[in-house]
Write a protein that binds this ligand. Structure first.
Ligand SMILES: Nc1ncnc2c1ncn2[C@@H]1O[C@H](COP(=O)(O)OP(=O)(O)OP(=O)(O)O)[C@@H](O)[C@H]1O
Ligand SMILES: [Mg+2]
Length: 452
């Protein structure tokens, strides 16, 4: 006989157990386990007729353009009808703004677009709509009851529906609170059924946890066809949209937006934002780092200033201090960059944080450029891990990094020996840090009197 269903689940990772734990055994979060109502027995349904692939109507699979080119690109060329898309992002990053302007464009193209809002009143949405403009044809429903939402979708059958947000929906037949694992899973499951059965392309807005993952159980990510992450920080107007999962397209695409008074405006050339240095600028290098499994180009700046302090400062913003101390030591010991009597400051542009050893080489290039008063060669990005012996170690997923460089218009890369490129980009393979500095820095302008 099957074991009775577990009835405690973690709100962070979805771990479930038959008893309560103060600390989740799955993800070590404290106080995250909540009781779930036992699942109700499923009712039997009649068998459905089968269909051959050749008989499937291709019209039904034609993508719907969202009218937002950056969003279309990340989705892999538009929304697939009857698909389920999950959009996650920090509070206030602009999820509602992006999706409302997409709905506006979809309705303007003659399709039915419905916004189900559980977080904001219709009047608040109207205020935003007035700011964005072009959203007159969007239909709106202010509702949080799951059954009512599903029944409305079944009756109205819009082409595209946005649920803002999945955490506000609740199923009346479940005892747990809205936003809990059970409720979110139930809501996503029922919406999935409605989406597939009635051909409604559904976009779910999801909250994120403090580590940036979409809140709710991981099963949610398995359930949907596409998971988009909307990222950005509060000090900058730009936002980045990425797919972390896409059943109908590549996950390497990235969409960049700028938040303006008229809503989110797509940025056609994102390399201008993060990964571009001024040609000839001293102390700036471009790193190609992996964030999780996603490559991104970042500008790294460094300042090397003479100091009288007995213990010179090594200050890194967005860089691990231990890693920075190690890079400075390897630079002085193995690459002839004397930094013993200089303060070293390193900053990652855009307020981002790098936790990945693949960024070592670009950090070293920026510091060496500042110390030697020689700029990094134009249009060059760098990646690779620096070993304590001064030898460069290959960075993980170099091909994806090179692809990202090509996508953002970088012509050449300095990388560890053994990095093979299938794309057009020119790779200067370097065995040691000294060789990498030679390949990356403009030697003509080298200053023989080191500033340090
Ligand atoms: N008039 C304006 N001019 C420029 N930016 C604005 C203006 N009004 C709002 N914003 C921006 O829009 C953001 C809010 O967008 P939105 O409500 O779409 O975010 P959200 O991701 O849906 O947030 P939540 O998770 O709270 O629902 C604000 O953080 C602000 O940066
Ligand atoms: Mg919102």
């Amino acid at each position: 006989m099957a074991k009775a269903a577990a009835n405690f689940a973690c709100t962070e990772c979805g771990y479930s157990a038959g008893r309560w734990f103060g600390k989740c055994p799955g993800c070590d979060a404290f106080g995250s386990l909540v009781e779930e109502a036992p699942a109700t027995a499923a009712t039997r349904v009649a068998a459905k007729p089968l269909l051959r692939l050749v008989d499937v109507n291709a019209e039904e699979a034609k993508r719907i353009s969202t009218g937002v080119p950056e969003l279309d690109r990340v989705l892999g060329g538009g929304l697939v009808p009857a698909s389920l898309v999950l959009v996650g992002g920090e509070p206030g990053v602009g999820k509602s703004t992006l999706l409302l302007s997409a709905l506006g464009a979809i309705s303007a193209a003659g399709r039915r677009a419905l916004l189900v809002t559980g977080e904001e009143s219709t009047a608040q949405v109207k205020l935003r709509a007035a700011r964005l403009g072009g959203t007159e044809g969007v239909e709106i429903l202010a509702e949080t009851e799951l059954d009512a939402v599903c029944a409305t979708l079944e009756r109205e059958r819009p082409d595209v529906c946005v649920i803002d947000s999945i955490q506000t929906l609740y199923a009346a037949d479940m005892s747990s609170a809205p936003g809990s694992v059970g409720q979110v899973r139930e809501a996503a499951g029922r919406l999935l059924r409605v989406a597939k059965e009635f051909g409604v392309a559904t976009i779910l807005v999801g909250h994120v946890t403090k580590d940036g993952a979409v809140a709710g159980p991981r099963v949610l990510e398995h359930l949907v066809d596409c998971v988009l992450q909307f990222e950005g920080d509060r000090y900058h107007a730009h936002r980045v949209l990425r797919a972390t999962k896409n059943r109908f397209g590549s996950t390497n695409e990235l969409g960049v937006f700028e938040m303006t008074g008229e809503g989110l405006v797509g940025v056609p050339d994102p390399s201008e934002l993060f990964g571009k240095t001024l040609p000839g600028e001293i102390g700036a290098a471009v790193a190609c780092v992996l964030e999780g499994t996603r490559p991104i180009l970042l500008e790294i700046q460094s300042l090397v200033a003479p100091t009288d302090l007995a213990m010179p400062r090594r200050v890194g913003t967005g860089v691990d201090p231990k890693r920075l101390a190690m890079i400075v030591a390897v630079l002085s010991r193995h690459a002839g960059v004397a930094l013993g009597s200089a303060d070293v400051f390193v900053n990652v542009a855009g307020g981002l944080r790098i936790d990945e050893p693949g960024a070592d080489l670009a950090i070293a290039l920026a510091i060496a450029s500042a110390a030697r008063n020689a700029p990094v060669r134009e249009g060059v990005a760098a990646f690779g891990e620096i070993g304590l012996t001064g030898r460069l170690r290959p960075a993980a997923q170099s091909e994806r990094r090179l692809e990202e460089c090509t996508k953002l218009g970088i012509a050449a890369a300095v990388a560890p020996a053994g990095t093979r490129s299938r794309s057009k980009i020119k790779v200067s393979e370097s065995g040691t840090l000294r060789e990498a500095l030679r390949a990356g820095l403009k030697t003509g302008q080298e200053n023989p009197r080191k500033s340090a």
